[in-house]
Design a protein around this ligand. Structure first.
Ligand SMILES: [Zn+2]
Ligand SMILES: [Zn+2]
Length: 347
């Protein structure tokens, strides 16, 4: 056992630094020396909750953080593809490895009770040491930084999978609603693929960021005006594909209504909004496809990591500011206010 200082969420909208005991790796685990760990919007569900972040069926507080990257410090007796010193990132959900969804490469929708998210049902990355199952690890090439790796582990992987699901090709036009970290990642990746990105966000500063990350056009209007703006930019035709990263009803509807005939719409923003539109006009007559996407497959995340290294694309550019873990309490206070942009810890 090694005692480390990590960040936890005891409940009631606070973060707390406390001591954690991190054990030796089990046979199929590695112990990671964490080098970077992202702060994510989805952390705020447990941060805000009364119960906080605790082990299932127990009061034991867990280490928060589900976007870790680091260096393998020690390995279990049955670890095969990783050695001490390897740079890695962590796909942030450990699946059972045997159910149909795990075998499709999607541990995020693992149907077994063994499914456990790092920083969800088991300890996460907001501490200097982390135990990880080898099947959750992806090699991080030397060309990429640890913060790059932390970004890939959640938001950039999510963005990449959504782009692939739209089937967009070079020269197509892609509408991206919501230009937070995931929307910016979609913008960065899609524009590098030769796709004309039209970004939408009511926040002018975020829209400006999207321009910096490759958006061809940005729109800050809402409602009917936003639809009119997209149609004008596309000569009245609409976009070949749209990705909603907000989860908000008006943006979801905009993605559907601004899509061209044969359009492909992917929802990744997880807001609880309900939407209303005319399926005859918007789906049937337009031959539209609308689908959801949650995180990515393991294979997609691995391919993305290798592609980013080859393309010299660095998603660490999406991070507004990094913190030392000793400033973790303030980092979450700032992040919870909602105006900070993407934040991460560096160790
Ligand atoms: Zn995340
Ligand atoms: Zn499974």
């Amino acid at each position: 056992m090694t005692t480390v200082t990590g960040l936890s969420f005891p409940g009631g909208r606070i973060a707390e630094l406390r001591k954690f005991e991190i054990g030796e790796p089990g046979p199929t685990e590695v112990r990671l020396r964490v080098k970077a760990s992202g702060i994510c919007g989805s952390d705020l569900h447990t941060y805000d909750s009364e119960r906080g972040l605790r082990a299932p069926g127990s009061d034991r507080l867990l280490v928060a953080g589900h976007e870790p990257a680091g260096v393998v410090e020690s390995i279990g007796s049955e670890v095969r593809d990783f050695v001490v010193g390897d740079r890695v990132l962590v796909y942030h959900i450990m699946g059972c490895g045997n159910c149909a969804n795990c075998r499709r490469g999607y541990p995020v929708v693992c149907t077994s009770t063994e499914r456990a998210a790092y920083g969800g049902e088991r300890d996460g990355g907001h501490a200097p040491l982390l135990l990880v199952e080898q099947r959750s690890l992806i090699h991080l090439p030397d060309e990429l930084s640890f913060v790059d790796g932390a970004m890939i582990a959640c938001g950039v992987g999510t963005a990449y999978s959504a782009i692939l699901k739209t089937g967009v090709r070079a020269g197509d036009r892609l509408l991206v609603t919501g230009l937070g970290p995931v929307g910016l990642a979609v913008t960065l990746l899609a524009s590098d693929m030769g796709i004309e990105v039209i970004g939408v966000d009511i926040n002018a500063r975020r829209a400006q960021e999207a321009t910096r990350h490759g958006a061809a056009h940005v729109i800050t209007s809402t409602g009917e005006q936003a639809l009119a703006d997209v149609l004008e930019l596309t000569g009245g035709a609409g976009v070949e594909a749209a990705i909603d990263c907000t989860g908000a009803a008006p943006a979801r509807v905009l993605c559907i209504e601004a899509s061209a005939t044969w359009g492909q719409v992917v929802f990744v923003g997880v807001g609880r909004s309900e939407i209303s539109f005319d399926p005859t006009v918007q789906l049937i007559v337009k031959m539209l496809t609308v689908r959801g996407s949650w995180v990515s497959s393991m294979a997609e995340m691995q391919q993305l990591t290798e592609m980013l290294a080859r393309r010299a694309l660095h998603p660490d550019s999406l991070v507004a500011r990094t913190f030392d873990i000793s400033d973790g309490v303030q980092a979450y206070e700032l992040f919870a206010d909602g105006a900070s942009g993407k934040l991460a810890f560096e160790f």
